[in-house]
Design a protein around this ligand. Structure first.
Ligand code: F6P
Length: 560
């Protein structure tokens, strides 16, 4: 295992510390004095146009950040990941989600731990596409011979957030009359409300779970199976004996997992199970068979374009020097804000209703990856890590939390994401509504960067204490990500961009961004507390005073 390089021990860190001490952000001045700033800080990444000019950096700071990436070995770590080294040290695994989007026949072939990775990836991908086509064409039928109209993905975390986010983003591409729905929460409301109104005879469940042990997913899968049996038996379609029940499951349940033995134990026909591998982390798995609901509803063509978008960015990261490597630069900006300017969170603000689940997706990607206090060799981190990612689409956010970003006391770097062409080109009284939408995106980034001085406020006739209230300090950093349209390829590029931003930050901090031990304790305790909920006196007595009191409250109010 190579030891992480302590970023705080590098000469680049020392240079950044000195820059910080003498730093006064001045976007107004920098823009006025430097006509080349926008061009110098704008980059193409596939179809994405990324404008970083409204960030709080000078050329000198950026150069030191790039030195930091070089001195902490970001490029070497990326090469190690691509080569299949076991950089997920705590689980002794390779990290190869980038292999999921390598085109067929890519050379040289990727062989890791004796596995022909490319061959295995494309074998599963072909099976996913073949299955999707069967469902889309109506060749696959439910147990009573009806076509599938609804696909319900049952999964949680990475087995849910990616598929639901992509489905919402690319819904305009759904062309086969098949709708996707998603159940994740063990709150029974989720399953009950999602299945309400569905016809069991035309519903297909995809049980998506990397481990096939996740409490939420397996519970929901059993509830869904009961719902299916109850529905088809009530309609008289099947008689309810064991054989017909097995048959119903075979027609209405498929699975995606790395644990195909457990899938079979659940009763799903192994012929209808799609595998993946332990070298794909859950939050990096939307481009694996976990995307089965997407291939089915949006089609294999759309899914393969999505993969091509991911690959565009992988190639960019692999072949582009640090100084113009877009995900690396964005990761470095985040390090600057977190470690030197004290930012604790990062907003992602898509000007696209289709991306309304993007921030939720990014929360798992970034925070489950980099929310760590130890480095990959088990030693403590040497600096602050893992900012809080959050966001909502514009313009909704403008009417909710932008006040704090504009005039609050916290520094909140924000990424704005927008698309030139809309999926739905509607007009209001002859006015292009999407144009109005984009005007808001441009206005917000402008207001955040340049603010409004007291003199400007006074020049509008405001006097007294209202002047201060109406003044905007500016120097609130943003990155604008603009693309011609939200196509499958563009979405793939966008997701991969954030994967590699996350990677860059993790590499600099010395973090293993691919494990998630922090979710384990709560899972274990839930299993210890469940008997107490069910009335076990010993389990109740074993709890701490607060938990015991809450359990007693539960018992006292149950059924009311
Ligand atoms: O919450 C932890 C986690 O392991 C995530 O990393 C993962 O995406 C999710 O649970 C679901 O896991 P699985 O796909 O194995 O059901």
């Amino acid at each position: 295992m190579t030891s992480p390089i302590d970023p705080t021990s590098t000469s680049a860190w020392a240079a950044l510390t000195a820059s910080r001490a003498a730093f006064t952000p001045d976007l107004r001045g920098w823009f006025a004095d430097d006509p080349g700033r926008v061009e110098r800080l704008s980059f193409a990444l596939g179809d994405l146009h990324v404008d970083m000019s409204k960030n709080l950096v000078t050329d000198e700071i950026l150069a030191s950040l790039i030195d930091l990436a070089a001195q902490t070995g970001v490029a070497q770590r990326y090469a190690a990941m691509l080569a299949g080294e076991h950089i997920n040290t705590s689980e002794d695994r390779a990290v190869l989600h980038t292999a999921l989007r390598r085109p067929a026949g890519a050379a040289p072939a990727l062989v890791v731990d004796g596995q022909d990775i490319d061959a295995e990836v494309h074998e599963v991908l072909n099976a996913v596409y073949a299955f999707a086509e069967r469902v889309r064409s109506g060749q696959w039928r439910g147990v009573t011979g009806k076509r599938v109209t609804h696909v319900v993905n049952i999964g949680i975390g990475g087995s849910d957030l990616g598929p639901v986010m992509v489905y919402e983003a690319l819904k305009p591409y759904a062309d086969a009359g098949i709708h996707a729905l998603f159940v994740s929460n063990i709150d029974p409301t989720d399953l009950a409300q999602t299945t309400a109104g569905l016809d069991p005879e035309t519903t297909l469940f995809i049980v998506a779970s990397k481990t096939f042990t996740t409490l939420e997913t397996l519970t929901n899968a059993r509830l869904a199976r009961d719902w299916l049996w109850a529905g088809v038996e009530a309609s008289g379609a099947i008689d309810g004996d064991a054989g017909s029940r097995t048959d119903a499951v075979a027609h209405h349940f498929v699975a995606v997992s790395t644990a195909l033995d457990k899938v079979a134990a659940f009763g799903i026909d192994p012929a209808n199970a799609f595998g993946f591998w332990d070298w794909v982390g859950g939050r990096y798995s939307v481009d694996s068979a976990i995307g089965l609901s997407l291939a089915t509803t949006l089609g294999p063509q759309v899914f393969s374009e999505l993969l091509a978008g991911f690959h565009d960015v992988d190639e960019h990261v692999r072949t582009t020097p640090l100084r113009s490597n877009v995900p690396v630069l964005m990761g470095l900006l985040n390090v600057w804000y977190s470690n030197f300017l004290g930012a604790q969170s990062h907003a992602v603000l898509p000007y696209s209703q289709q991306l309304h689940r993007f921030a939720a997706y990014l929360q798992q990607l970034t925070m489950e990856s980099n929310g760590k206090s130890v480095r990959w060799d088990g030693t403590p981190v040497t600096t602050v890590t893992g900012e809080v990612f959050w966001g909502e689409p514009g313009t909704n956010g403008q009417h909710a939390f932008y006040q704090l970003i504009h005039q609050g006391t916290r520094l909140i770097p924000a990424d704005f994401i927008a698309f030139v062409n809309p999926a739905y080109p509607l007009e209001d009284d002859g006015r292009d509504v999407h144009g109005l939408f984009l005007a808001n995106f441009l206005a917000q980034t402008k207001a955040l960067a340049f603010g409004k001085t007291a003199e400007e406020v006074e020049a509008e006739g405001t006097t007294g204490p209202l002047v201060a209230a109406r003044t905007f300090a500016g120097n609130r950093p943003t990155t604008s990500i603009f693309a011609p349209a939200l196509t499958p390829r563009v979405l793939g590029q966008l997701i991969a961009l954030y994967e590699h931003i996350t990677f860059t930050q993790g590499a600099i901090w010395g973090i293993n961004s691919f494990d998630q031990w922090g979710v384990e304790l709560g899972k274990q305790l839930a299993m210890q507390i469940a008997p107490a909920i069910e009335g076990d006196a010993d389990a109740l007595a074993a709890q701490d005073a607060s938990t015991r009191a809450l359990l007693e409250y539960y018992a006292a109010h149950r059924g009311r």
